[in-house]
Design a protein around this ligand. Structure first.
Ligand code: PLP
Length: 415
């Protein structure tokens, strides 16, 4: 039988559980609900605690066979060396920052990041971690922000809501040159459109709630170690985790400090739902990207629309990079209107898109950005993130594209 590694993206996901060792011939990994894991011999329990046995479970806060099966699939998808799953994307983001940075360290982050991640950057500053927020679409700005105490650079592959794409290659080269940990949040693109390991990322974060789960019915997050970062040179690894091959130090610390101690554990039930969602990731990304491109092209021709932000459009500042490195433009697009007063009436006239926050559901979702998800951030942050008062974010779903376009047509006719 062929090994999963020899197969392509979707084939690997579909057969990972079965080829990884089926229980009772079951095709899916079972939903293991046990919190405790017992052993006949106490030496075997000790080996799990001391990390001397390969695998093995002891208490579900640190993982179950069901979450481990999802981790294995994600490792394959991102072509990394290991993955840890969390209860939410934010739990994964926080585990990276709080486990691997300490007071006195410096972090460089893209100014175009998820709103709640931006809020966490403020928390880090209060904890004594210096944070510089820069326009990461230009790696020279990242280079200019580096200090002797810089440890980490954090970016998102396609930023929400503005769809900015950082200079992923250039920042990768910079991080390699300076020995910095390069963390890429790949939530919007997903490993189907783009793999951050190809530009030198050390860690990849995914909110599984979005592209990978894809059905708006389960929260989850993940950190994948690509194997590219040299943990032996990283000063913030605790003595306890500087054991064995240095390649495993980062994930060891993330699992013990970030998951076991902080407790943002993914349930086996949610892991099962997210694994089912992952099976159709490629199909959904192809469909939603094609619809989003058609909608973006149409919107760009409408007189009432002042600009459309979508990587698949030639007008997008990083269009050339996206065309070369990304399989397609994703389900995320945003647009603005010449007349901001038309923003809310337009949203109300749209019948199919659901007025809701959230991303990458099977159903199209729309939200006026400045009034909702970036309301708390205030006008100053909105200005630095290039979010206009009339910005509408669209998370394109799986509806038939003709129906969606017809709905936008009737709604924009009123502007
Ligand atoms: C949604 C999102 C997160 C947080 O994920 P949750 O699962 O909602 O906690 C992090 N990063 C990006 C880019 C996101 O879109």
């Amino acid at each position: 039988m062929t090994t999963p590694q020899n197969n392509r993206f979707t084939t690997q996901i579909l057969h990972a559980d079965r080829l990884g060792g089926a229980e009772h011939g079951a095709i899916h990994k079972a939903i293991h609900t046990s919190v405790q894991y017992g052993y006949d011999k106490v030496e075997d329990l000790i080996a799990v605690f001391q990390g001397t046995s390969k695998g093995g479970f002891n208490y579900a806060r640190q993982g179950t066979p069901t979450t481990a099966a999802l981790e294995a699939k994600l490792t394959q998808m991102e072509q990394g060396q290991g993955t840890i799953v969390f209860s939410t994307g934010m739990a994964a983001v926080c585990a990276v920052f709080l486990t691997l940075l300490k007071a006195g360290d410096h972090l460089v982050a893209s100014q175009f990041v998820f709103g709640n991640t931006n809020s966490v950057l403020g928390t880090l500053a209060d904890l004594g971690i210096e944070v510089s927020v820069v326009d990461a679409t230009d790696s020279a700005k990242v280079a200019a922000a580096l200090r002797p105490n810089t440890r980490m650079v954090f970016v998102e592959t396609i930023a929400n809501p503005g769809t900015q794409i950082p200079d992923l290659d250039g920042i990768g080269a910079l991080c390699r040159q300076h020995g910095l940990l390069y963390v890429v949040d790949n939530t919007v693109a997903s490993p189907y459109l783009f793999r951050p390991v190809t530009v030198g990322a050390g860690l990849v974060v995914n909110s599984l709630t979005k592209s990978i789960g894809g059905h708006g019915d389960a929260l989850g997050g993940a950190i994948t170690d690509t194997g590219l970062f040299d943990w032996s040179a990283y000063p913030n690894i605790f003595a306890n985790y500087r054991k064995g091959d240095a390649k495993g130090w980062g994930l060891q610390q993330l699992r013990k400090k970030g998951l076991r101690d902080m407790g943002g554990t993914l349930s086996s039930h949610a892991a099962h739902q997210l694994a089912l969602g992952a099976e159709t990731l490629a199909l959904r990304m192809d469909r939603t990207s094609a619809t989003a491109l058609a909608l973006a092209q149409w919107l760009e021709q409408q007189p009432a629309v002042s600009r459309v932000l979508y990587p698949g459009l030639p007008s997008h500042p990083q269009h050339a990079f996206a065309g070369k490195h990304f399989k397609s433009g994703s389900w995320l697009l945003s647009f603005e209107l010449h007349d901001p007063a038309q923003c809310l009436p337009l949203c109300n006239r749209l019948q199919l898109p659901i007025k809701a926050t959230g991303l990458a559901d099977t159903r199209t979702l729309i939200i006026p950005v400045a009034h909702t998800i970036f309301w708390e951030a205030g006008p100053a942050v909105r200005a630095t993130m290039d979010i206009g008062d009339s910005m509408v974010r669209v998370s394109v779903g799986l509806e038939d594209p003709e129906d969606l376009l017809a709905d936008f047509e009737q709604a924009l006719a009123g502007c």
